[in-house]
Design a protein around this ligand. Sequence first.
Ligand code: ZN
Length: 215
Amino acid sequence: MIGADRRLKDVPAVDPWFEKQCEMVTPGQHIAVIGTFKEALEARSRGLLARDAILIQTPEKTVVAYLFRVSIEGTITQNVLICGQGGLNIDGCRAQPTGEKLGGGNEKRCTLHKKQGWDRPWMADPVAVKNYTDRVKQTIEKSESLGRWPTNLLLVHGKDCVSYNHDGLTYWTCRGRCPVKQINEQANRASRLYPQFADFEAALDWLKRLIESKV
Ligand SMILES: [Zn+2]
């Protein structure tokens, strides 16, 4: 995420091209700035709101995409209705499903207190508890069928890795230097948690899909 305001003194002179882009944006529109921390500070100095940072790990380099949003007018819902902007295309950018059963205890009334770790006033209301656990169950079912979200890490395979498709899903045989291979060696099958791409351009396409308006 972007640092404190006092660091804005480090902001470089504004790039005329970037200034022109800032004039063309729509309220609520998301923008990905791929570059240095200073360039991200420059974006923030132009009034963009820092939302998140996503790491793109390739065999050769680590690239940071800083995610910003143009100030909204009214609420998010109003902004979406008026300007067609404000949301992210989350369902279009999930990691592919793994077939695993998900859930951590919040979806069951019997384990809710243990999972939360403390009592909250609404936990004494059976209707509120049912509504909460129903919502959690829906979210889990969606993640099981569509894939996990969110992710702040994208993995790009090496040029010698080979992919194959089975039942609509993509699998990889990794060769040589590959961040997917390395992450799996550190933690068994951990790469399944993250979107994976054949090359850097495909990762950038994912980023464009994430910030495109769905309205
Ligand atoms: Zn690989």
